[in-house]
Design a binder for this molecule. Structure first.
Ligand code: NAP
Length: 336
């Protein structure tokens, strides 16, 4: 069976996902596209999925009977509307992160999906598909290092563009750790704190950079993550899990060790897209197969909701300097 997909939002990641779903991956093709800029949608259709319908509205795409499943890659504030409309039409929907821009909006999606009585929503947290994180999770689950006690993590970008402002270090950057770390240790967060060192001279405008986010989990694990988005030297993702019997770390991306001119060195990636490029392929291939089988096997609407609640608490902790409790609604049996 070929899954016929409609894509809403033909910007940067929308175009990349169209290319994956229409030719690169097995079992799907893109039959419809929509963008708020109709010319951009038409150009994407011509270039990436010739013959796909170009719909004037996202709702028309969702209603199109030739569309089996929907992919939402428009900007964050539009996600809630399109995910709710897909649920209302009973169509599976893959939504790029964030599921929605507020925890309340994510909660509405969770409630709509439960009312519909079928798992339909998957959120684009692609780090769960990175082979390194998957190996690390297997190691933890095997019991090789005993129960996890602490995690030391870092999310470093070389630089950020001028439009990266305010709390984007949490809502756009740290959000990936929020999801992948609770999946990694199968635990939930109960509190957040943010500690700020002196500001780097490389931070643009009024951006606060770097800072340390401390999360405590229900089981008592303490997680520290350095968020440093103008570190200059590379896109550098670190994660070390300290357990009762040993430590386990996220593998470095493969690179050639060099010895020359009296120096030993390895290259560090500068571009985040390259670091997780393969994860997007695995993520969407698994989504195609699960969707064709009528299942959701990836991050759920509940995961999107929990990430939003945690992100809100981190933003509050960053502005107040206080330890902020993370209070989510009780996890419904539907998502167990
Ligand atoms: P982008 O290049 O700005 O693309 C967003 C596209 O959606 C633009 O073409 C935009 O049109 C269009 N759009 C906005 N509102 C719309 C609406 N109401 N209906 C239909 N189309 C609409 O942004 P992007 O970088 O591709 O990011 C898109 C989403 O993917 C974001 O939520 C982002 O956080 C997420 N993302 C996730 C990852 C990941 O690693 N998982 C990586 C990158 C992006 P205009 O340009 O005319 O506004």
């Amino acid at each position: 069976m070929t899954l016929k997909v409609g894509v809403i939002g033909t910007g940067a990641i929308g175009q990349e996902h169209i290319a994956r779903l229409h030719g690169k991956l097995a079992g799907s093709r893109v039959v419809a596209v929509n963008d708020i800029d109709e010319r951009a949608a038409r150009a994407a259709s011509v270039r990436l999925c010739p013959g796909a319908s170009v719909h004037k509205s996202a709702q028309a795409l969702i209603d199109d009977p030739s569309v089996d499943a929907v992919v939402v890659t428009s900007w964050g504030p539009s996600h809630e509307e399109f995910v709710l409309a897909s649920i209302a039409s009973g169509k599976p929907v893959f939504c790029e992160k964030p599921l929605a821009t507020t925890a309340e909006a994510c909660r509405r999606i969770v409630e709509a999906e439960m009312a519909r009585g079928r798992h339909l929503v998957q959120v684009g947290f692609m780090r769960r598909y990175d082979p390194g994180y998957r190996m690390l999770k297997e190691t933890i689950t095997s019991g090789a290092i005993g129960a996890p006690l602490m995690l030391h993590c870092a999310h470093r970008n070389p630089t950020v563009p001028a439009h990266y402002v305010g709390d984007m270090g949490i809502t756009d950057t740290f959000i990936h750790e929020i999801d992948v770390l609770r999946w990694l240790i199968d635990d939930d967060y109960v509190s957040a704190q943010v500690i700020k060192p002196r500001r780097t001279r490389h931070a643009p405008g009024t951006l606060e950079d770097p800072y340390l986010v401390l999360l405590q989990t229900r089981e008592g694990v303490v997680i520290d993550t350095e968020v440093f988005v103008n570190c200059q030297f590379g896109y550098d993702i670190q994660c070390q899990v300290v357990g009762e019997d040993g430590t386990a770390s996220l593998p470095e991306p493969a690179s050639v060790p060099l010895r020359r001119a009296s120096q030993a060195s390895r290259a560090i990636l500068m571009d985040w897209k390259l670091r997780f490029i393969d994860s997007y392929d695995v993520e969407l291939q698994e989504w195609i197969e699960a969707t064709a089988a009528g299942r959701v096997t990836g991050p759920t609407a509940w995961d999107g909701y929990f990430a939003a609640v945690t992100s809100d608490a981190c933003v509050e902790a960053k502005s107040t300097g206080r330890i902020v409790p993370i209070r989510a609604m009780d996890k419904p049996g539907f998502y167990m």
